[in-house]
Design a protein around this ligand. Structure first.
Ligand code: ADP
Ligand code: MG
Length: 334
């Protein structure tokens, strides 16, 4: 039976001694890791918890889990316009499964290398009831930050990428696990969209490029309406969104419209950015979209608040679409 220290040495020490960015002074080895930050640069930090049975299926691909554990945190840095410095990994495991750990770390380190975000420390422990993963990321950012509270009336509302695929993938995977199973056409769609759920790409370069361009930004981890709702309430503004402008994933086109609407408005786990910027920045944003090869779509406008912050979605006939301001909330049934 390997000891905790064998596990750390074998699986979690890959960056020791040869760091991929210049900030790191000390990594996995000591009581603390140490990193520096540039002059006039501020440290941005964020943490996400992933719990077996709550955030991922017990039989999830460990490589996908390793990828996603870091991706969801990098996405928070992206929404702040921060560039990654390093990350910490807390992991609790019911048992030592070498195959599982090898795959998990493969997914994790591949993304860490891609985004120059070395794993410099963490904690490893046993937990018989299931896998628990907690990643903390650190990044650097130069003020002014793209805060949720900075949207201004007149701003255009933008989203990156395409919407809906991750939520539908989750619904199909839940159905597949239930006793109903999936039809052949559903299986075909799932094969094309499960990547959106399992291997999201954090929009780190986009976030950095939006600094000085966008006023407010958020990642759509809990659903477009709920996350845009956070910008509205914190900025004390209202918004109108044009339904016809929403960039729906073309892979969903055969599905019932209600299912697509649910996925696009309320589906979480998207890890695209929703941001607001003055119309004077439209040209710069279109250039950015071309240079980064990321679709960026204007979906609506920020309005003055009125009595209470409101979010209206308008269809092609100018009629209000019935939506409720709700996305994913772990405590919503309490
Ligand atoms: P401590 O007793 O100070 O908590 P540990 O013995 O738990 O230290 O860890 C030894 C070293 O290994 C530390 O540098 C710690 O940050 C690192 N470490 C432990 N677990 C992980 C992990 N899952 N990923 C990365 N580094 C880890
Ligand atoms: Mg420890």
């Amino acid at each position: 039976m390997p000891s905790e220290f064998d596990l750390i040495q074998h699986y979690f020490s890959r960056f020791s001694g040869e760091y991929t960015n210049g900030n790191i002074r000390l990594g996995v080895a000591d009581d603390c890791a140490i990193f520096t930050s540039g002059h006039h640069r501020h440290i941005a930090t964020s943490k996400d918890l992933l719990i077996e049975g709550v955030h991922f299926f017990s039989d999830v691909s460990p490589m996908a889990l390793g990828h996603k554990a870091l991706a969801v945190n990098l996405s928070d840095l992206a929404a702040m316009g921060a560039s990654p410095i390093a990350c910490l990994l807390g992991i609790a495991l019911p048992r030592v499964d070498d195959l599982w750990l090898a795959e998990f770390t493969k997914g994790f380190y591949r993304l860490a290398e891609q985004f120059n975000c070395p794993l410099i420390g963490g904690d490893t422990t046993r937990h018989p009831q299931g896998v628990v993963i907690s990643v903390t990321v650190f990044g650097e950012v130069t003020p002014p930050y793209m805060m949720r509270s900075q949207a201004q009336p007149g701003d255009t509302i933008w989203v990156s990428g395409e919407l809906g695929a991750a939520h539908i993938a989750l619904q199909f995977m839940l159905k597949e696990k239930g006793n109903k199973g999936l039809s052949a056409s559903e299986q075909h769609v799932l094969a094309q969209i499960r990547k959106a759920l399992e291997y999201p790409t954090p929009r780190v370069a986009l976030g950095q490029a939006l600094q000085g361009v966008a006023n407010a930004a958020i990642d759509i981890s809990d659903g477009l309406l709920q996350d845009l709702g956070h910008i509205l309430s914190q900025s004390k503004v209202s918004a109108v969104v044009q339904e016809s402008k929403l960039p729906i994933s073309p892979l969903l086109k055969e599905l019932p419209v209600e299912d697509i609407a649910e996925a696009v408005y309320r589906g979480g786990d998207v890890y695209e950015l929703c941001f607001t910027a003055p119309p004077s920045k439209t040209e710069a944003i279109c250039r950015l979209s071309k240079n980064l090869r990321i679709p960026l779509t204007a979906i609506g406008t920020i309005l003055p608040c009125g009595e209470k912050a409101s979010l209206n979605v308008i269809d092609t006939h100018g009629k209000r679409v019935d939506i409720t301001l709700q996305g994913f909330d772990h405590f919503s049934n309490d």
